[in-house]
Design a protein. Sequence first.
Length: 184
Amino acid sequence: MPHYPARAWRKLFRAAVHASGWRLEGELPDVPKLVLTVAPHSSWWDGVWGLLFKVALGADIAFMAKRELFRGPLGWLLRKLGGVPVVRGAGCDVVGQMVARFRARERLWLGIEPEGTRKAVQKWKSGFWYIARQAGVPILPAYFDYPRKVIGVGPLFRPGDDRDADIAALRAFYAPFRGKHRGV
């Protein structure tokens, strides 16, 4: 990207959002740290729309993505937009890495897709819950609703002691919303 002021980029991206017919539903909370869960994740378009809204709103949201996406010019762009490359697999301790990141910063919003893939899954990955719980931060559920062309945010959710109950409650929150290819 050329070196235009952030305000100019926001204005350009806001115009693109407006022209697309998409809109934001709900309000972003005024908290310094949180885990932002985004679902349903059923298309690579989710990332495009999410980044478009992120820049249009001027929101400082970091997001994890598989390391393979950070090669070449796309890697530079993803890092510039807040991307954090993640090595997936056993023994990588992604939760520990992200908790350390929360502890080292005064402000951090970390976006995570709990489904972990664009394919339909029966069970969500639970790393987002462990990150929020261990970092002592709330979860902000955000959703795509393609039929209505909406990206929305729900109320802050504080993780409790029961992981399975918390994840079930969050999945119930997402039940009415439809991704590009499916629901949750």
